[in-house]
Every structure is written in C-alpha cells, then in structure tokens.
Write a protein that binds this ligand. Structure first.
Ligand SMILES: NC(=O)c1ccc[n+]([C@@H]2O[C@H](COP(=O)([O-])OP(=O)(O)OC[C@H]3O[C@@H](n4cnc5c(N)ncnc54)[C@H](OP(=O)(O)O)[C@@H]3O)[C@@H](O)[C@H]2O)c1
Length: 177
C-alpha cells in the first residue's frame, strides 16, 4: 500500500505558475509523444486522490476525461460532479489518514495523490510514501508550490533518475522511515 505523488515541477518547485497556467509543462518539444512512464504509472495505481482545484483546472481544459482509474476529489465545498463523470469520480473529505484508511478498506491500495495543497496535507501527516518528480528547466518565480512547511525532516531513498528529452530530470524517491 503506497501513497504516491507524480508531478511535473519547475526548477523552483512550482506546479502551476502565478496565473494557474500549466502550458510550460509542454514547453519541451516531444516529437514522439513520449508519455514519460505515465501509462505504466496509471496501471500501477488503484485510484487517484485529487484536490478540488486540480479537478477544476482539468475540467477547464475541455479535453475530456482521460483518467483510466477511479478519481476521488477532495473537497469540503463541492456538492456534485457533472453527470457524465458520475461513475468515474466521487467527492471525499476528511483527514489524509481517514481518506487513506477508507480507500484502502475499499480495496484501493496504491493511491496517486495529486494537487499542491492536497499533497502538502498528506506530507504534513507523513502519509506520502513515494515521490515521482519531473523537473523542467524553467524558473516560474511564483505560483502553486509542490512543497510547504513540514513539522519535521523527512528522509527519502533515491530509487532512480532519468534524463528525459535531454532537458527534464525525472526522479523517483521512496520515503525512508
Ligand atoms: N504540475 C503538475 O504536475 C500539477 C499536478 C497537480 C496540480 N497541478 C496544478 O496545481 C493547482 C492546484 O493545486 P492547489 O494546491 O491549488 O490545490 P489542490 O490540492 O488541487 O486543491 C485544494 C483543495 O482541495 C480540497 N482539499 C484538499 N485536501 C482536502 C481534504 N483533506 N479534505 C477535503 N478537501 C480537501 C480543498 O477544497 P475545498 O476548498 O473545496 O474544500 C482545497 O481547497 C492547479 O493549477 C493544478 O493544475 C499541477
């Protein structure tokens, strides 16, 4: 059972720029449409736990729903999801421990935790087991941070690092408790 983060960040650690924009994530030419292990990662996880703001950003793209696994949207304010997503998406709330326990009990063992604020809450409670971070060679100077304050140091073991398209550095770490 693992809670895993898989994100693209700027060199200065942002997930989105000051205007919430993500276009810089596609700033490196990718002529072969390499998915950088995304498909393999999706097969490995059982469900996605996504912050409400990330959900709204994805809905705003208007590119349709592309997640092959069930998505649990974390929100205290969202009341419903669009009809066409009713069997693919559920709204949840609670502490990271409550959310993890409930989903694990339902058989969702490996969870992909997504969204800056959501990831930070899980980290705050030491409930992130793996970090998969693809760093792009850009400084955004501000925006939505991947990391925030933590109550203690947290060691991670380095599993692997790949250089993608001779431009991005994709590293995989496991929490060392
Ligand atoms: N670069 C990347 O790979 C990447 C990945 C993911 C996201 N992003 C970007 O990051 C931005 C969104 O991140 P964000 O930090 O603003 O927010 P977020 O984590 O997506 O959403 C935050 C919201 O999630 C809800 N939430 C979080 N934890 C909760 C809990 N335990 N229980 C109930 N609700 C909870 C709250 O919603 P309510 O206010 O409704 O209560 C909170 O306001 C977007 O621009 C997105 O595109 C980028």
């Amino acid at each position: 059972m693992s809670n895993v983060v898989y994100v693209g960040t700027s060199l200065d650690g942002f997930l989105a720029d000051r205007n919430g924009k993500l276009d810089w994530l596609e700033s490196i030419p990718n002529p072969d449409n390499n998915d950088f292990g995304w498909g393999e990662f999706m097969e490995r996880i059982d469900a996605i736990v996504m912050g409400r703001k990330t959900f709204e950003t994805i809905m705003g793209f208007g590119r349709g729903w592309h997640y092959p696994k069930k998505v649990f949207i974390l929100s205290n304010s969202l009341q419903s999801v669009p009809d066409e997503l009713k069997d693919k998406v559920e709204i949840m709330k609670g502490t990271p421990a409550e959310i993890t326990d409930e989903l694990n009990r339902k058989g969702y063992k490996d969870l992909y935790i997504d969204g800056g604020n959501s990831i930070q809450k899980f980290l705050m409670d030491d409930l992130i087991d793996e970090l998969m971070i693809n760093r792009l060679p850009i400084l955004l100077g501000g925006g939505v941070s991947l990391f925030g304050d933590l109550p203690k140091h947290m060691m991670f073991e380095h599993i692997s690092t790949k250089i993608l398209l001779n431009a991005m550095v994709f590293s995989h770490y496991k929490r060392k408790r």
